[in-house]
Design a protein around this ligand. Structure first.
Ligand SMILES: [Mg+2]
Length: 266
């Protein structure tokens, strides 16, 4: 989980100050954003009810995820949430939102750790989207990311993960170098999630995955959150110098939730 949160922290500065440089510095102003807040919310939803769901009980599970999204939003309303999400949370979360933004995919990393089968992982990823991202494109992105984490955690090779994503989700035709040239800020799922997965696929360790994702430009914190979350599951750890830099920049409520989840699931 820290892999995703560290990606969010490192990318936070570059979401505003776009860079295409791989060797960018880690800057003092870096901080956690909505990505980390909602990852903690997903951790809490899983800790409170770890049971698997059936295909026909996704609605109830979606309401449990939604309750935690609203709760964690209320703790950190100024963490960089998009207007659509903030309006949904402020209005009690009763109205389903059909966003196709990458907010559905950025928060699913914990789901990839918590369940015993790929089928259950995909169902939970779908349930986690239904309140705020009830859109085919957003669900697809969330399922792709959760599946990558699940496969990485189960020792799938990079090629096996790539082949799985190509077969079920995205063609992943372009290399990172080709993508970087034209990549701009666009938080639509189909635009920003496949390059984030590609950033992991072309990495050689955790840090290179995050550097790949940030140096695409665009929605840097969310891209690095996704690439970093998959990379941690694949490489097995986040280097200590990165953890040191990031943990002090994350609120204690989030840290405690991540620790509780980590102890139970990793
Ligand atoms: Mg963010």
């Amino acid at each position: 989980m820290w892999g995703a949160v560290c990606g969010d922290v490192i990318g936070s500065y570059y979401e505003v100050h776009c860079t295409k440089e791989y060797d960018f510095p880690l800057v003092r102003e870096s901080t956690f954003t909505d990505d980390s807040v909602l990852i903690a919310a997903v951790c809490r939803a899983i800790l409170e009810d770890p049971r698997p769901v059936g295909r026909f009980s996704l609605g109830e599970r979606a309401r449990q995820y939604a309750a935690q999204y609203r709760r964690f939003y209320s703790f950190f309303p100024h963490a960089g949430f998009g207007n659509m999400f903030a309006d949904w949370a402020k209005n009690g979360g009763g109205k389903t939102v059909r966003s196709y933004g990458n907010g559905g995919a950025m928060r699913v990393i914990p789901i990839g750790y918590a369940y015993d089968t790929l089928e259950q992982t995909l169902l939970q990823a779908k349930a986690s989207c239904l309140s705020t991202h009830r859109h085919r494109e957003a669900v697809k992105g969330a399922q792709a990311v959760a599946a990558c984490v699940y496969l990485a955690r189960h020792k799938a090779s990079r090629e096996e993960i790539r082949d799985y994503v190509r077969k079920h989700f995205y063609p992943l035709k372009e290399s990172l170098g080709e993508l970087r040239e034209s990549h701009v800020f666009d938080s639509r799922t189909s635009y920003s999630v496949p390059p984030a997965i590609q950033a992991f696929l072309e990495s050689h360790d955790y840090e290179s995955a995050v550097r790949n994702a940030v140096s695409l430009g665009g929605d840097a914190d969310t891209q690095a959150c996704i690439a970093g979350g998959i990379a941690e599951a694949f490489y097995g750890e986040v280097p200590s110098h990165i953890l040191r830099f990031c943990t002090s920049r994350v609120d204690l409520t989030i840290r405690k939730t991540l620790e509780e989840f980590r102890e139970k699931y990793t």
